[in-house]
Design a protein around this ligand. Structure first.
Ligand SMILES: [Zn+2]
Length: 296
């Protein structure tokens, strides 16, 4: 091969290498300063998928958690709407509060006092063990439980509502709901095993006598978790006349005025007169402390 032929042959060999080198050096420019992608560009594996728009009850729950309590539907995820009811709260019966039950509606306090007197007369061990884990919870407090729990990210709005009522949809806001506890089995408080505790079994058999209704039994109409500890005061209990042989429970149970609120399993509580935005916490309301436990 002559010298001229060698030069042409060498240039032919090197040309693809030089072109490829230029292409490799030019490529990072787009990585550093990416231009606006064309609409038809293929999605990159590194790009986050666009968020799925919320709809239905989830969209409403998101709005509530953002602080907007206007134009709320009568029910959400099976829970009925309840207005915040701090008016009329009185102190819980002495010694009843175990943690978050300092206050409740006056009529329920009367019914509860009658029940506690009956328990004292019929079963002192129950009277010693029974207490209130959580009673009145304002909407602001409920927002902390539902919206600010890390479980919301794990469960989503619907899954969270299975365990915790969204703010504005908890019976606790009325001041006529109690999460009962058992001081002899605190490990079962606000837990499914509460049903098998001495207090849980006693309440199941006796609470209705004093105007308390289990709000969320197994397979409840609301479609939420079974809560053997959560009772709502519907009132309506009237002590029967004492028998000739004496009836310790009846003798200790005072007549109870029916509660004005409608049970949660029928029609929604009247809340048109009380704006849902009135969520200022009541005096002595504790901050949410256990957002992981199911607290409807
Ligand atoms: Zn409850």
């Amino acid at each position: 091969m002559r010298r001229g032929q060698k030069a042409v042959f060498f240039a032919a060999l090197m040309l693809p290498v030089l072109v490829a080198g230029c292409q490799r050096r030019a490529a990072p420019v787009e990585d550093v300063a990416p231009a606006a992608p064309a609409a038809h560009a293929a999605p990159s594996h590194a790009a986050a998928p666009p968020p799925t728009p919320l709809s239905g009850d989830a969209a409403i729950a998101a709005k509530i958690c953002a602080g907007n309590m206007t134009d709320l539907p009568a029910s959400l995820f099976g829970h009925q709407k309840f207005a915040d009811g701090p008016a009329g709260l009185v102190a819980a019966p002495a010694g009843f509060n175990m943690s978050h039950c300092p206050a409740m509606q006056g009529d329920m306090a009367s019914g509860l006092a009658a029940m506690l007197r009956a328990a004292r007369a019929e079963s002192p061990a129950i009277a010693d063990a029974i207490g209130g884990v959580s009673c009145y919870r304002g909407i602001a407090y409920q927002r902390g439980l539902y919206c600010q729990s890390p479980n919301l990210q794990l469960r989503g709005y619907a899954g969270q509502a299975y365990w915790v009522a969204p703010p504005g949809y908890s019976e606790h806001a009325t001041g006529r709901a109690i999460d009962f506890g058992d001081r002899s089995r605190t490990d079962c408080n606000v837990s499914p095993c509460f049903a098998a505790t001495a207090v849980g079994r006693w309440l199941s058999a006796n609470a209705a006598r004093f105007g308390f209704r289990l709000s969320f039994p197994k397979d409840n109409a609301a479609g939420v978790a079974h809560e053997p500890w959560h009772y709502y005061y519907v009132g309506g209990y009237v002590a029967p006349p004492p028998t000739s042989g004496g009836d310790a429970a009846n003798a200790n149970a005072a007549p109870i005025t029916p509660a004005p609120s409608t049970p949660a399993t029928s029609t929604p509580a009247p809340d048109a007169s009380a704006p849902d935005t009135a969520d200022s916490p009541p005096p002595a309301e504790p901050p949410p402390s256990d957002a992981t436990a199911p607290q409807i």
